[in-house]
Design a protein around this ligand. Sequence first.
Ligand code: ADP
Length: 408
Amino acid sequence: MSEGTRVLVLNAGSSSVKYQLIDMLDGSRQASGLVERIGEPAGRLVHTPPGGQRRESLQAFPDHGAALKAVAGELAADGLDLDSPELAAIGHRVVHGGLRFTEPTLVTDEVLAEIRRLIPVAPLHNPANITGIEVARALRPDLPQVAVFDTAFHTGMPEHAARYAIDRQVADEHRVRRYGFHGTSHQYVSRATARLLGKDPAEVNVIVLHLGNGGSASAVAGGRCVETSMGLTPLEGLVMGTRSGDVDAGVVFHLHRVGGLSVDEIDDLLNRRSGLLGLCGDNDMREILRRSEEGDADARLAFEVYVHRLRKYIGAYYAVLGRVDAIAFTAGVGENAAPVRAAATAGLEALGIAVDPALNSIRSDRARVISPEFLRTGGAPRVTVAVVPTDEELEIARQAFALVRTGA
Ligand code: ADP
């Protein structure tokens, strides 16, 4: 077994690869970067070595193999050779692990075949994740490759939360159920929130609001996920950058039968042209906040629809958990957009929920409490509202490292 302490984390998309090299001795980033537009004539690699000074190279990367070789070249130029015995494992983000993968898993041919078998339920993501694993294996066949699944944290959800109320035979035949995504982030943030409260994760109930380009909420009871807002695919739940989140399934039939749209067109509409983008033409919350301040009615409505959905989920998950110790905002919007945090929690004092305007407006990249120290709750227990930066790469690296070091 390697005595190395570094883990390379790879997040392979259909035309991109994000990577980070992390030293597990102290969790420090040795390097990070991104290859974009793989398979297109003009690709781009942005690499940030230890200590800053990012380097950009513009060239074509015909496939993921070429992209990873270029990444290896950049790392070698910084003395971070991928052949080095310092490297203990490569950790891969894999979006869909179905019901089989409940833990980080050492990649074997059989595991790869099983991830491939899940492509019908994750057609947009799993093929790229598989390619990432294959090219990394080709580069370092001797090294443990560990798959860390976005769905894993949610596999323990109770059956009544995971089931859609549709014909069971049909559902089972086609593996239609609520899987949930962003699990690595929900797991990391719920634990970090417990730490912020100075408690053991087993003692606390947390609502995690992961608000990035994609967005999802989860209810975590004593360290275990009991409900999450994404379902069979990452389309269900909150309003997102370009995804609608919850819609009546009848909308699909209506658009097909009455609107004449094909299934592929509706898929594209709900996944790529809806959400904030569909409502106001922008999917970046910064832009929406700016336009709203200038009095733009479309941007204001997009903000209100987004926040209204969020409040519904906070209320629903409060009822699911019964007792809520903390609400944690995370990811790009959750960590940075103070107006979203304020609006999502406004008027909920009777539930013990409030945000202190001064604390909410502080900018920081650290986990922090933003609820007031004293709150008139009308008898409800006080809920700590917090901003807790997520770090999916560190969590993937930790899980991969733990697996190769201890086999657990
Ligand atoms: P991804 O889901 O792609 O990982 P992120 O978690 O990085 O996304 O979140 C990206 C989103 O975060 C952006 O689309 C933007 O709307 C939002 N965001 C980033 N910074 C800010 C900010 N300062 N204020 C408001 N929103 C922000």
